[in-house]
Design a binder for this molecule. Structure first.
Ligand SMILES: C[S@@+](CC[C@H](N)C(=O)[O-])C[C@H]1O[C@@H](n2cnc3c(N)ncnc32)[C@H](O)[C@@H]1O
Length: 351
């Protein structure tokens, strides 16, 4: 059942098990407690297109597409500092810019952008008109991608990708965690989880994670009945570590090592190091779960239009075959691979 604007009374935890099967479009984001039936499964996740990874060559599949339109902030910084922006600084710019968009009251901002556009036309200044039109396009695109399609969080796609792991009360390590969304979704599906979020940008802990809505419901499992259950951020056992992944001194103590949008930010000469980060902290029998943005026309357009919000750092768009090959070539067996709305996903284990 799809519901438009909801008239719920404000509450810290507005959704219960009675709401399972529904989806609400709120001002800032979509809530999606719909489960996938066997029939509509294929609409959200397409899995396991490669049979034998050892047979796949780079000649067959080509290399990822590099996004080369950078944000104005990065270009200005580089002009001022007369040097290339370093990755750590670029992430601090990215996280601030991206978080601002999650905080937007989208219908209100759509109205404001349209009003500004009309005003700019009346003033008849081409520069102003162009800028105001760009603002309209950006907010319309954000509305479509995040609030209508739910392409960024994509809970149904992520749940389909994450299901079926053979683990109990897992320890989960999220590398480059930002607001930590996917670790929370995993923790809902695998109750009793102990989650460690790691990001070297302190703003991710103090703001992106801290301000992640307490009232956002995650659909998971009730461990005592095996039935579906709704969880919230404060139901989870989460530690947030602000540090460079390279400094982590954990042993192989995690059942799941997770990353979402990390591998594609490293050119080929560093990919083996990123693969190593995923291996180093895994218990024997543990799982690597990873996603990266898909190389598709829609995504290329998104990163072009949203360049000032998204493009502060090196970024590639890749196919799931390319992503899987990077991990296979770096010593992983690919257990499951596929694509969800805007990301590729895979589940892998060290060989
Ligand atoms: C593209 S973001 C992940 C996408 C995320 N889901 C989001 O919504 O922004 C990657 C994150 O990894 C972090 N990161 C990158 N390199 C890192 C490193 N060496 N150590 C710790 N964190 C790192 C960045 O600060 C950033 O927050």
């Amino acid at each position: 059942m799809l519901r438009e604007q909801t008239m719920r009374t404000p509450s810290e935890k507005p959704y219960t098990e009675e709401d399972i099967g529904t989806s609400d479009q709120l001002k800032h984001y979509r809530v999606d407690l719909r489960q996938l039936s066997e029939k509509n499964y294929n609409k959200f996740v397409t899995l396991n297109t490669v049979r034998d990874w050892s047979q796949l060559s780079w000649e067959d599949i080509g290399k990822p597409y590099e996004v080369k339109t950078y944000s104005k902030d990065r270009l200005n910084w580089e002009k001022q500092n007369q040097t290339e922006m370093d990755p750590h600084t670029s992430w601090t710019y990215f996280n601030q810019a991206f978080h601002e968009w999650f905080s937007k009251d989208v219908p209100l901002e759509q109205q404001v952008a349209k009003q500004n556009f009309l005003t700019s036309i009346k003033r008849f200044k081409p520069g102003q008109i162009k800028e105001a039109l760009h603002d309209v396009v950006q907010i319309q695109l954000w509305n479509y991608v995040h609030r209508i399609q739910d392409g960024i969080w994509d809970p149904r796609g992520k749940r389909a990708l994450f299901e079926g792991l053979d683990i109990n009360k897992p320890r989960i390590l999220f590398l480059g965690a930002a607001e930590g969304y996917e670790a929370m979704q995993l923790a809902a599906m695998y109750p009793g989880a102990e989650v460690v979020l790691v990001d070297y940008d302190a703003y991710c802990k103090t703001t992106r994670f801290q301000e992640f809505p307490e009232s956002y419901p995650f659909l998971g499992e009730n461990p005592s009945t095996g039935q579906p259950k709704v969880y919230y951020k404060d139901d989870f056992d989460i530690e947030y570590v602000v540090d460079d992944i390279r400094n982590l001194d954990y042993g192989p103590t995690f059942d799941i090592v997770l990353s979402v949008g990390l591998l594609e930010h490293f050119p080929d000469e560093y990919k083996h190091e990123v693969a190593d980060w995923h291996r180093r902290f895994l218990k024997p029998g543990g799982y690597v779960v990873m996603t990266t943005p898909r190389a598709q026309m829609k995504s290329k357009l998104y990163y072009h239009i949203m360049a000032d919000v998204m493009n502060h750092t090196y970024r590639e768009l890749m196919t799931v075959e390319q992503m899987g090959k990077y991990m296979y070539d770096n010593g992983f067996d690919i257990l499951r691979h596929g694509y969800i709305k805007v990301h590729n996903g895979l589940v892998a284990q060290p060989r």
